[in-house]
Design a protein around this ligand. Structure first.
Ligand code: SF4
Ligand code: SF4
Length: 125
């Protein structure tokens, strides 16, 4: 069974399925395609790999669509979905890290971190 509301569109399950019963199609958006008829009944690698526990048992036949996240500073499209960004932001917050980083592209992240470290050096002088 697939708990659609928990799926963040990360596609990790697809990379672990030895029978291509789950596929990722990245185009203008991300689509996760579930083909239960292709399931080879392995040891539920897809269930094990799913970070949100969206997959419990055999996946049902579904095609899910997700928007890619965009950098909150420059607007560049990120390589992961908005739902993944939200999931990552929650994880970062839990460990006391800056959740904002989940919504930034690598360049803006670097700028942000180098600004912070220059600012810090200034304090030390
Ligand atoms: S249980 Fe089926 S769908 Fe899941 S990884 Fe194994 S073969 Fe693929
Ligand atoms: S691993 Fe889980 S959350 Fe990620 S796409 Fe598969 S079902 Fe969705």
């Amino acid at each position: 069974m697939l708990k659609i509301e928990l799926c963040i569109g990360c596609g990790i399950c697809a990379s672990t399925c030895p029978f291509e019963a789950i596929r990722v199609d990245d185009n203008r958006n991300r689509r996760i395609l579930f083909y239960p008829e292709k399931c080879g009944n392995c040891n539920f690698e897809c269930n094990e790999s799913c970070p949100t526990k969206a997959l419990q048992g055999l996946p049902s036949k579904e095609i899910l669509e997700f928007e890619f996240a965009q950098c909150a500073v420059c607007g560049k499209e990120l390589q992961y979905t908005s739902k993944e960004a939200e999931y990552l932001a929650k994880k970062l917050m839990k460990i006391g890290e800056n959740a904002e980083l989940a919504f930034l592209c690598d360049e803006c992240k670097r700028d942000r971190l180098s600004f912070a470290s220059n600012h810090y050096k200034g304090y030390m002088l």
